[in-house]
Design a protein around this ligand. Structure first.
Ligand SMILES: Nc1nc2c(ncn2[C@@H]2O[C@H](COP(=O)(O)OP(=O)(O)OP(=O)(O)O)[C@@H](O)[C@H]2O)c(=O)[nH]1
Ligand SMILES: [Mg+2]
Length: 210
């Protein structure tokens, strides 16, 4: 949930990377950590098994100048993709402001992508959220592999709602499509925040995007 601290002049948002096991969620955070200016990010914390599967979550804070006079913090999280960790996914999703849904482009993973997307919708509903109002983007990852489905097929499977969401082909290992997806979800999150807060009588009217 977005959080404003007027005293410290700080605004905080939570962005969650969601998707099936091994689709590349942790790799997204790793490449952001590697490529971004170190002054703009904190440490990457990963709670994983020896086999590098996410056990609880990965976490990394980013700092941006997005709202005039305020420090804007984006807290990036990943969920564990393995089906058995659904309770953990629900915990990580609490108070989410925006989602990057990472799909694995390989033909063999299409069913898992669809199931994970349905699982996201179900878990959001349990906390009174819905993808209809929650900022989110799709990332079609692993485009470098040989046996991948065409982007239009993935759109047909995962992006067929009334409103077409932004989607990005990606190769998370190199960073291709990673910042594009993050920038877009961050923009959507900020946009929603400004709309919601400009309606409230909290003295937040002074907030303005940079
Ligand atoms: N070829 C290729 N491999 C990738 C890409 N992105 C991630 N991988 C590899 O896929 C494997 C799984 O990546 P992770 O980032 O750990 O996947 P995850 O979604 O965090 O998996 P869980 O934590 O189990 O949910 C690793 O070996 C990555 O190096 C990509 O774009 N192309
Ligand atoms: Mg992971």
């Amino acid at each position: 949930m977005s959080f404003v601290n007027f005293k410290k002049r700080e605004v905080q948002f939570k962005i969650v990377y969601y998707g099936p096991g091994l689709c590349g969620k942790t790799t997204n955070l790793q490449v952001i950590h590697r490529l971004i200016n170190p002054e703009a990010r904190g440490d990457l914390t990963s709670i994983a098994t020896a086999g590098e599967r996410t056990l609880f979550f990965d976490f990394m804070p980013l700092v941006a100048q997005a709202i005039e006079g305020y420090q804007t913090r984006f807290q990036l999280y990943t969920v564990p993709g393995q089906v058995m960790y659904n309770l953990t996914r629900r915990l990580v999703l609490r108070g989410v402001d925006g989602v990057v849904f990472v799909a694995d482009s390989q033909w063999s993973k299409m069913q898992e992508n669809v199931e994970s997307f349905a699982n996201l919708e179900e878990n959001l509903q349990l906390q009174g959220e819905t993808l209809q109002t929650l900022p989110h983007v799709l990332q079609y990852n692993k485009r470098d592999l040989p046996d991948v489905a065409p982007v239009h097929y993935m759109e047909f499977m995962l992006n067929h709602g009334a409103v077409r969401q932004s989607s990005f082909p990606a190769v998370a290992t190199t960073g291709e499509g990673v910042f594009e997806a993050l920038n877009m979800v961050a923009r959507q999150v900020l946009h929603k925040f400004m709309i919601v807060h400009s309606r409230k009588e909290e003295g937040v009217r002074e907030l303005a995007l940079v």
